[in-house]
Design a protein around this ligand. Structure first.
Ligand code: ADP
Ligand code: GN1
Ligand code: MG
Length: 371
């Protein structure tokens, strides 16, 4: 079913949770790069009940208990906010299903860590933008998410992956991977290595300002790629933000940047024909407009000015993370073909190069929209 998961292991995990009815089927679901995700369908006296079962990636998230504390805290908080606005707390945010022993995750005898969410039905998620309207909705939703969490007690959040978007440390990891060259792949990717090394100066652009107190630390999502948002099938509106594993203090620019990286790219993250990769300036503008609307005046002038840098740096950072993983033997991101991480790194660098060409236009768009 999944790379290294026996059906008994999965069924044993399903049995640990308080689900309505009896499980009828369990199948792999979604295109995430990190967790193992399954759709569980139960039969509840003739009615279908669906759940998402996930094996958390324990080698990446070292402390699943702390991770689930974050997710439970944030989702409970959002549920209350949604109720106050007469929204639907069962569809507009995730909720955590407890185990039969009342815990928010289950550890099996093989030290796999599992959790369950209700499956939010009648939704779809996008791998690439199909029309500008959807991307605008995403932008409002991610901006709004950040604003909704602005009063969340940030000190209660655990750092689930230390230094997650601390680009200088990502750069150090990358240089170490080049030096160690564990798989003997460095010589064959010298052009990509040179591209990354040539941009070392950029790696500090945001973190220096954070350290100087010129950019505010906020509660951010930190993984705002397009497929981490569910759209309602009926209204085609952005409905629910998912993948809350990296919700922790961060910069608003990380959330803005990661969405541009995934949504304003004219090609797929793993496209092999690099002529298809470019920054769609019109989608950049659409997202900027929506994000500013969703943040509703909460961004500082410096944050707004740096939006293009957020986009470039998140794309660059993701590129060096993919290249690092390629050099280290594909131990972090799930791959589905040979050189998959290298292909991904190449698209990210092609997108960075195109952003550099379009830099003045990106700045002008932001300037115009912020007036
Ligand atoms: P990963 O960290 O591996 O990206 P995600 O939490 O993003 O894992 O889940 C992977 C995919 O599963 C999502 O992109 C989405 O398609 C689907 N998914 C996750 N949770 C739900 C849910 N509660 N309801 C419906 N679909 C979901
Ligand atoms: C991972 O989990 P997923 O697939 O939504 C990764 C992100 C990367 C992204 C690249 C916890 O996101 O940081 O930007 O892949 N998540 C983690 O596609 O590392
Ligand atoms: Mg995801």
């Amino acid at each position: 079913m999944s790379n290294n998961l026996a059906p008994e292991t999965i069924n044993n995990a399903v049995a640990a949770f308080c689900l309505a009815g009896s499980p009828r089927s369990v199948s792999p679901h979604g295109n995430g790069h990190i967790n193992d995700t399954f759709l569980v369908i139960c039969d509840d006296a003739g009615a279908e009940k669906k759940y998402i079962l996930q094996r958390m990636n324990h080698s990446i998230f070292k402390n699943p208990q702390a991770l689930m504390e974050n997710v439970t805290g944030v989702t409970s908080y959002l549920q209350e906010m949604i109720k106050e606005k007469n929204g639907d707390p069962d569809r507009e945010t995730l909720s955590v299903i407890k185990t039969k022993t009342g815990d928010n995750y289950f550890e099996d005898s093989l030290h796999n860590f599992w959790r369950v969410f209700p499956f939010i039905d009648n939704t779809f998620c996008l791998e690439q933008v199909e029309n500008a309207r959807d991307f605008y909705d995403c932008a409002v939703a991610f901006g709004n998410f950040q604003r909704q969490l602005s009063a969340y007690p940030a000190e209660t959040l655990h750092e689930t992956i230390p230094l997650f978007h601390y680009t200088p440390s990502r750069f150090q990891n990358f240089k170490k991977a080049v030096a160690d060259d564990l798989q003997g792949r460095a010589a064959s990717v010298q052009a990509e290595i040179d591209f990354a090394l040539a941009r070392e100066a950029d790696t500090h652009a945001l973190t220096d300002l954070l350290e100087k107190g010129e950019l505010p630390l906020r509660v951010t999502h930190n993984d705002t790629k397009l497929n981490n948002i569910l759209f309602d099938n009926d209204t085609r509106k952005a409905l629910c933000i998912i993948d809350l594993d990296t919700v922790m203090p961060g910069l608003s620019l990380y959330d803005f940047g990661d969405s541009i990286r995934t949504g304003a790219n004219t090609g797929a993250e793993d496209e092999t024909d690099l002529s298809k990769i470019s920054l769609d300036l019109s989608l950049f503008e659409t997202f900027t407009e929506g994000f500013l609307a969703g943040c509703a005046g909460s961004l500082t002038p410096l944050e707004i000015k740096l939006l293009p840098m957020g986009a470039k740096l998140m794309t660059y950072e993701c590129g060096i993370r993919f290249l690092t993983d390629h050099l280290e033997g594909d131990v972090y991101f799930k791959i589905h073909r040979e050189n998959h991480n290298l292909d991904r790194a190449r698209t990210q660098f092609a997108l960075v190069a195109d952003m550099e060409k379009k830099w003045d236009e990106m700045a002008a768009i932001v300037e115009r929209l912020s007036r």
